[in-house]
Design a binder for this molecule. Sequence first.
Ligand SMILES: Cc1cc2nc3c(=O)[nH]c(=O)nc-3n(C[C@H](O)[C@H](O)[C@H](O)COP(=O)(O)OP(=O)(O)OC[C@H]3O[C@@H](n4cnc5c(N)ncnc54)[C@H](O)[C@@H]3O)c2cc1C
Length: 419
Amino acid sequence: MTTQSEAAKPPVARFDAVIVGAGMVGTALAGLLAREGMRVALVEAKEAPLHLDDVVGDIPAARVSALTPVSQRLLTHLGAWSAMATVRRVTPYRYMQVWDAEGSGHIHFSADEAGTAVLGHIVENDITLAALNGQVAKLPTVTRLDGARVSALQTTAGGRWLVLDDGRQLQTPLLVAADGARSALRELAGISVAEESMEQEAVVTTVRCEQPHGATARQAFIGGRPLAFLPLTVNGDDRYCSIVWSTTSEHANELTGCAPEALGQALGEAFDHRLGRVVPVDSAYRFPLIQRHAKQYVQPNFALVGDAAHSIHPLAGQGVNLGLMDAAVLAEEVVAAWRRGAPWGSLATLSRYERRRRLDNSAMLGLMKGFKLLFGSHQPVLTLARNVGMSSMNQLVPLKRLVMRQATGERGRLPASCR
Ligand SMILES: Cc1cc2nc3c(=O)[nH]c(=O)nc-3n(C[C@H](O)[C@H](O)[C@H](O)COP(=O)(O)OP(=O)(O)OC[C@H]3O[C@@H](n4cnc5c(N)ncnc54)[C@H](O)[C@@H]3O)c2cc1C
């Protein structure tokens, strides 16, 4: 017989995996697991998922990512890429130009030299997410729980038990935190992070330039403050660029506080007018830049992915690419265990994921710190070394090819979904 209070309690819902955070990384992971038949709950704080019809405006959204060819293959595997391409909001770039605005150092990369069709694509984050949402909505074993946050977390014999702030209870052998750089779930699990402020903020906006972008991603290092003009083609118009300027807080204040004409003027001048006159078509937004790396990615029945595990300076456009790779590797390890009837949330299974991902993520975080030191320095010796180094490297095609393979994500043992 059930008592009155037991009858009032919502039943505990059981899932093969619960993913908290339906950003690009959490949603991709949900898709990868559910395609194999796993029953997945996707818990998201925002009230409703984005749909492609709602996010294709005339002006591109300010938040974009440079997606590597490896990420493109993963999104193709998930069925999302074709939807992104259909709405014509993926802009390929075949060239990359990087220069030191304080010297003569420069380096140019091309897809031909790298032996690939493209170096990557610039895509609005909302487009990628909406396309992933569309695919995940077709998978019958995914349950979306939107407008919900986790309020309590406990370890049980069956794995993890969690209570959402609306009172619903979930139990699962595999709980994944994909809830971004300031992950509340990571904190609830007691995992600490190594945190380092980059003493910079990123100012982002969208501009229309006088000259076409020529399928080229450009980045100038201006006294240690990298300014990127990332190509965007909107309805066939190839004069748009997404701007990311990583700079001091005072400068970010100025840039976000000034009139659009003054912002356009400042961007044009800083960029040596390489694309002619620059006209902002959106407001300028700012984001603090803090590199974080979780001390551990896994516990029994618990894993961190994406920005919840690591957040990185945007100067090399790697953040979401690393996160998508986390999702792909974690899914590969978990599905392999699930298929052979092994405990897919066990520490042994999850540690294989951590071993495969930590080194790659650490290397990239370290590289960004190195870049910042090298390009932030005004010491004459370092300034000379980086200018000579860049220009010399520009002549060395085999070395450039190696760098390009790294930057395009072709590193180490790739999961099958990305090959
Ligand atoms: C200025 C800038 C430029 C960048 N450019 C690039 C680039 O060119 N290329 C690139 O690869 N990366 C880039 N990045 C990094 C990239 O944006 C991030 O790495 C990526 O968005 C992380 O995805 P995620 O899914 O892990 O986390 P998020 O996108 O942060 O998603 C987390 C999700 O969890 C939800 N959530 C949060 N808390 C809770 C909670 N308590 N309960 C439930 N849900 C919750 C959020 O609503 C959100 O939907 C850039 C970053 C910045 C700041």
